[in-house]
Design a protein around this ligand. Structure first.
Ligand SMILES: [Zn+2]
Ligand SMILES: [Zn+2]
Length: 236
């Protein structure tokens, strides 16, 4: 970026650690620039509403998979479950990704002021997402000013926001999502490899035992086998 022939060749003007732009004079000393701070705060403000929509969508998908009444073996034809929606509302989804950021910020704040403690229990993910978002919004000015790892969190929040929007708009962006453990029983016990699927297709292949679930019917079989495996595991 800077001119190698200049006397100041060794001196690099401070840049935003998130977007790489040269900082303005008024921003000197900050970890991230003001535009990055504003964009991040906006995304955090929008996340709770996006999550609420995802939760509703996921509930409809789950409801559609349930058998009607007591008729064994007959299932209501499911609306295609969208893997990216289910994965965002599941454990490891939006709530825990926001919690991880809050925990990291609190740990850093604690180093300079021991009154900062770990995040309190935020309840179910429906309650937790707005609570984490509020904490993060309130502390974004601090984090962009002086938190050394802010660049990766700005990126994580950008990605999380983009994933939620894409999942709601039905955009089939390629990208892999976790769809549970492989239920196939091998000689030495359950395979239990984490299965992933691309949001662009429903072809799922286990990287360990090579079993494939190639279409929506197979995907429903997989889901049933996983439920059975989970029930067996709980009973054992
Ligand atoms: Zn920036
Ligand atoms: Zn397997």
């Amino acid at each position: 970026m800077h001119n190698p022939t200049s006397d100041a060749a060794d001196y690099a003007w401070p840049t935003c650690t998130a977007c790489g732009r040269d900082l303005w004079h008024t921003e000197l000393g900050r970890m991230a620039c003001l535009p990055c701070e504003e964009k991040t705060a906006t995304r955090l403000r929008e996340l709770p509403a996006l999550f609420a929509q995802l939760n509703t969508t996921a509930a409809l998908m789950r409801g559609a998979r349930r058998p009607d009444t007591a008729t064994t073996g007959s299932r209501v034809p499911p609306i295609p479950p969208r893997l990216e929606v289910l994965s965002l509302v599941a454990a490891g989804g939006v709530a825990s990704r926001l919690r991880d950021i809050e925990d990291a910020w609190r740990a850093d704040l604690h180093r300079t002021d021991p009154r900062w403690t770990v995040a309190p229990w935020r309840g179910s993910s429906t309650e937790a997402v707005p609570a984490h978002a509020t904490f993060l919004i309130n502390n974004t000015p601090w984090a962009c000013d002086s938190y050394e790892s802010i660049a990766q969190d700005i990126e994580e929040i950008r990605q999380l926001h983009a994933e939620c929007q894409a999942a709601l708009s039905g955009d089939r962006k390629p990208g892999r999502v976790n769809v549970g453990l492989c239920p196939i029983v091998l000689d030495d016990g359950p395979c239990a490899t984490q299965l992933t699927a691309s949001a662009a297709s429903h072809r799922i292949r286990c990287g360990t035992c090579g079993t494939e679930w190639a279409d929506m019917n197979a995907w429903r079989e997989l889901r049933r086998a996983q439920e059975t495996a989970a029930a067996n595991g709980a009973a054992a």
